[in-house]
Design a protein around this ligand. Structure first.
Ligand code: F6R
Ligand code: MG
Ligand code: MG
Length: 388
């Protein structure tokens, strides 16, 4: 019997310009990207695709046989973004071409601006997959829900009662400042995992594997555009892919953690905390204070590489209360105005006037007699130096 071929799902996203500010993708840019992917499908480069948007981010969901980091697939995504950016420029859309940091494509979109999440697997007889896409936040926003899905027995019942999940999962955690990653296993190293991922601006869950057989379970885009470019040029609005059912968490266990609209970084000017609001596709636009941060979840079945679906997973009254709670939290946070913890800490803000204000006031700051200069706490120092 011949071996079953492997299928790859690649989700590649970029902000190539949007309508009426950093708000929502224009349908003509979606059409331009769709045309490029449709041609590639007819040539057999990819098997199937789905193009959509969340807020101002254009999202390409593609299936193919070339594995992760395949040059032809990355080039295809790059060309689709280029064509969409061309339309964005013609229409005078806002921040047209923003996330395409170079004119010279060199085989892989990593480090060039777009965010990428990809995984390769042999399809199970039925292969349910969820694609999560967020706007106005950062990749670490998935840390809390992914921990709950794959390591929290109070959220995922299967960890306790399904023999196929009972051994737990392995987490690859990526340090974005150092460019290093570490693998830790749950449940036995749960506290170490939490010690790291509780700092989601630095330590990001990148991949999750089933411990019993090493099967890939989840992957997150970990690109941090501002760190790549060395300056603020856009938020690193993330995407994630999660496999569900028969040996993985059930669809409902994958969705459950998002019923809590936890606080994430990235709202307004990439410099504020706000609640992550799960919404159906029709509400995937960022209006209030450029937000609040939005999340869309699309469910697919993958059959011989074909994308069957999607199901718009948060288009459900069961999430009405979550959205209401997110509104209340949004009001509560907004009332802090320019104060932390609504506004991010100085080392994380993507817009800041602080150095300029300090410089302007430097001669007016007077030494206070008898007050020693405080030592900076260790972790803050390393976070600050990593930004320099
Ligand atoms: C970008 C974003 C927005 C912008 C804000 C200011 O996706 O999250 O909140 O940071 O709209 O944008 P500029 O500086 O371009 O006017
Ligand atoms: Mg934007
Ligand atoms: Mg965005």
């Amino acid at each position: 019997m011949s071996e079953k071929p492997k299928t790859t799902i690649s989700v590649i996203k970029a902000d190539i310009g949007s309508l009426a500010g950093h708000h929502v993708v224009h349908p003509e840019t979606i059409a331009a990207a769709t045309k490029v992917l449709a041609e590639a499908k007819s040539k057999g480069i990819i098997i199937d695709f789905y193009v959509t948007n969340v807020g101002d981010d254009l999202e390409l969901i593609m299936t193919h046989r070339h594995g992760v980091d395949a040059p032809q697939v990355h080039e295809l995504a790059w060309n689709a973004f280029k064509e969409a950016a061309k339309v964005a420029k013609e229409l005078g859309l806002y921040a047209a071409g923003q996330d395409l940091l170079t004119d010279a494509f060199s085989g892989n979109v990593r480090g060039l601006g777009p965010g990428v999440a990809e995984m390769e697997f042999v399809e199970r007889p039925a292969e349910p997959v969820v694609v999560f896409m967020a706007d106005k936040t950062e990749p670490g926003a998935f840390n809390l829900p992914l921990f709950r899905i794959f390591a929290d027995p109070f959220s995922t019942a299967g960890l306790v009662i399904d023999p196929k999940l009972h051994k737990g999962f392995k987490f690859e955690i990526f340090d974005v400042f150092e460019g290093k990653s570490v693998e830790l296993a749950a449940p036995e190293e749960m506290y170490d995992i939490l010690a790291l991922i509780g700092t989601p601006s630095r330590f990001i869950i990148r991949r999750i594997y089933r411990k019993s057989d090493g099967e890939i379970a989840a992957v997150v885009s970990v690109e941090r555009l501002n760190l790549i470019a060395g300056q603020y040029i856009g938020k690193d609005d993330p995407v994630a892919i999660v496999r569900a059912q028969s040996g993985f968490p059930a669809l409902g266990e994958v969705i459950e953690p998002f019923s809590f609209p936890h606080l994430v970084a990235g709202w307004m000017r990439g410099s504020h905390h706000g609640p992550l609001m799960p919404v159906p596709q029709r509400y995937a636009k960022c209006t209030r204070f450029d937000g609040p941060p939005r999340l869309v979840g699309l469910g697919f079945q993958i059959k011989n590489g074909r994308l069957i679906g999607p199901a718009d997973l948060f288009d459900d009254v069961a999430f009405d209360e979550t959205r209401r709670m997110a509104q209340l939290i949004a009001d509560y946070m907004r009332r802090h105005g320019p104060f932390m913890p609504h506004r991010l800490g100085p080392e994380e803000m993507e817009y800041t006037t602080l150095p300029g204000v300090l410089e302007k006031l430097k001669d007016r700051f007077k030494k206070v007699a008898g007050e020693p200069k405080a030592k900076k706490p260790k972790i803050e120092t390393s976070l600050l130096s990593a930004h320099e």
